[in-house]
Write a new protein. Structure first.
Lengths: 199, 194
């Protein structure tokens, strides 16, 4: 019977994504090999190329990429309930781990060994974030638009204290206006072919 | 129960406004948490490090932790209420995407190469880089001085933290060492030298 691939049970969706969630370290790209192993190879719920599509789409939808990817696959399998099952699954293990930490940190507050470990952890996190920022900046500064937008954003947030949310809404507006201007200049029919393939 | 509603609305907003995932969320979550006095910059750094070393996306971890903490601080002793707080915050941060995916799933699939969306994303990607730079600078300054606003001109930075920061930066930029190892290393070195 092909019941497994045609109409997977919600419990199966939940356990599969709970498995993915339990090993999801570092988020983002780290998720792809996990999904490939569990959802593509073991369950046969979608093809490899399809998985990449969901992953790309997950970045356009608000929210966490890993959770979005899981929900998109769940949605394809069983609609709304499939998406909800996938979401609960992927969040399950991380939830209990952090809950345990939150309970423990209350009990252990002031313990010197924890304080010392955290004192070493903080600069490690900050250094890593600076490293990621540096790598992202190197990729962004390749285009003039990218460099300008990036520097203006940093200046607005750092210098003028503008909130991140406001800056993002500003960026969306700029993107829409930019599209409108280009469309106005070029005419609408050939526009889709001309700029549709940009990365 | 006002507090639970507040948690739900704040994390719903975070889930709704963070496009691009992971790193893009850090500045927004930071502003919301620190701005509301729910976490200090140091606590934010701590939970960021813990989030990297434990499974799951950072903002989901953040929601779970902050939900427990905020309710637990307000109602000390009420452990189950605090657990409810973490459940509410965790579900709230995922809820916007669940709604969007159900409403827009088919639409996104058909139109993700549309020039209008492409244009929006050519602005959003470098913008996110700018936000990450800001967040990284803020975090760096905060682990070098206990009170950066008052101390950064008058007092010298914490040298041990500075060395750790530079090492972590170089490991991230120059090698492909897993972030989990970098952070675990930081915690172990911290145990030894602080």
């Amino acid at each position: 019977m092909t019941q497994e691939t045609e109409d997977p049970r919600l419990a199966a969706i939940f356990t599969s994504f709970a498995h993915v969630g339990a090993f999801l370290f570092g988020g983002g790209y780290a998720m792809l090999p996990l999904i490939e192993r569990e959802v593509v190879n073991r369950r046969g719920w979608c093809r490899f190329e399809e998985m990449a599509d969901y992953y790309a789409m997950a970045q356009l939808v608000p929210g966490v990429i890993a959770v979005n990817t899981a929900m998109l696959i769940g949605h394809r399998l069983r609609g709304f309930r499939g998406a909800a099952a996938a979401m609960l699954g992927v969040v399950c293990a991380p939830f209990f781990v952090i809950l345990a930490y939150a309970v423990a940190v209350d009990r252990l507050a002031g313990m010197p060994f924890l304080e010392r470990a955290l004192a070493g952890l903080r600069p490690a996190v900050a250094g890593m974030m600076l490293g990621i920022a540096y790598t992202m900046f190197n990729r962004t500064r390749r285009t003039r638009l990218g460099l300008t937008v990036c520097l203006v954003t940093t200046a607005l947030v750092l210098g003028a204290g503008v909130s991140a949310v406001a800056v993002i809404l500003l960026g969306v507006t700029a993107g829409l206006v930019g599209y409108g201007v280009r469309k106005g200049l070029r005419g609408s029919v050939s526009d889709a072919e001309n700029s549709g393939g940009q990365p | 129960m006002n507090l639970l509603l507040k948690l739900a609305s704040v994390f719903f907003k975070i889930g709704l406004l963070t496009v691009g995932g992971g790193l893009a969320m850090i500045p927004i979550v930071q502003q919301e948490m620190v701005g509301r006095g729910w976490l200090t910059n140091r606590q934010f750094l701590d939970i960021l490090g813990i989030a990297q070393m434990t499974p799951g996306p950072m903002s989901v971890n953040m929601a779970t932790f902050v939900g427990y903490r905020v309710v637990g601080t307000e109602y000390p002793g009420a452990v189950w209420l605090a657990v409810a707080g973490s459940v509410v915050a965790t579900l709230a941060v995922c809820a916007p995407s669940l709604l969007c995916i159900n409403l827009l799933g088919a639409f996104w699939m058909r139109n993700r190469e549309h020039p209008c969306l492409v244009s929006v994303f050519t602005f959003l990607r470098p913008l996110v880089t700018g936000l990450v730079i800001h967040a990284a600078l803020l975090l760096g300054v905060n682990c070098l001085w206990a009170d950066p606003v008052r101390e950064w001109l008058s007092q010298s930075p914490d040298v041990r933290a500075g060395v750790l920061l530079v090492v972590a930066f170089l490991l991230t930029v120059l090698t492909r060492v897993s972030p989990v190892l970098v952070l675990l290393g930081g915690a172990i070195v911290g145990l030894l030298i602080f």
